[in-house]
Design a protein around this ligand. Structure first.
Ligand SMILES: [Fe+2]
Ligand SMILES: [Fe+2]
Length: 209
């Protein structure tokens, strides 16, 4: 088995063992998307593949205190060192993992980090983004739809939280936050689909469609 396959099975076991199967499925989608963006952008696919597979390993033992991206980089380093993987490559992979969230000072600096960031964000929009938003709303006991509330004032994780709120306050801005040309191209299509979906949803709710 090659290194990527070995690492894949380690990550899969870790993410499934914390009863978070969706994290593993999300990881698989991000991996596939990162590779197709990476090929077009001319990224180093060896670094990108390993970074994508390992990017959410920090979700394991997530205590909400330490950033899962920071923790993920530490765990990824430990795993790759077990295989005597070259340290300069480990460093590049760890940068991608640390910067995949980019909510702090960890700005994606390399092409591979930018591609991983874009692939991770793209998994939150489009048809899959809609699916995830409704699935999450169901998980926290929120409504299917609630046009009566002001989405900007509605609280996240509350019973008023809906996929619609998620779209209005977060998802519709994702397309403007991406780094790569190919990522932005994919985002346009995914964004347009979501826009159409929610427009129709609001019409249906009003009995107009
Ligand atoms: Fe993440
Ligand atoms: Fe992720």
């Amino acid at each position: 088995m090659d290194l990527l396959e070995e690492v894949k099975s380690i990550v899969q076991k870790e993410l499934i063992s914390i009863n978070s199967c969706h994290e593993w499925e999300h990881t698989e989608r991000v991996f596939n998307l990162a590779l197709s963006i990476g090929e077009k952008e001319g990224a180093d696919l060896e670094i990108l593949s390993l970074a994508a597979i390992l990017h959410d390993i920090g979700r394991k033992d997530d205590d909400g205190i330490i950033d899962h991206a920071e923790r993920g980089a530490i765990l990824a380093k430990e795993i790759l060192e077990r295989y005597n993987y070259p340290s300069e490559k480990i460093e590049k992979i760890c940068h991608c993992i640390k910067a995949h969230r980019y909510r702090n000072e960890n700005v994606p600096e390399t092409l591979e980090a930018k591609v991983l960031y874009d692939a991770d964000k793209l998994d939150a929009i489009g048809a899959i983004g809609i699916g995830r938003a409704f699935s999450y709303a169901g998980h926290i006991g929120a409504k299917v739809h609630n046009k009566e509330v002001d989405v900007v004032k509605t609280e996240e994780f509350s019973s008023d939280d809906t996929a619609w709120r998620e779209y209005e306050v977060k998802l519709k801005y994702i397309k403007d936050k991406l780094f790569t040309k190919e990522g932005r191209r994919i985002a346009e299509g995914r964004h347009a689909f979501m826009e159409q979906f929610f427009e129709r949803l609001n019409k249906e709710v009003d009995g107009k469609e």
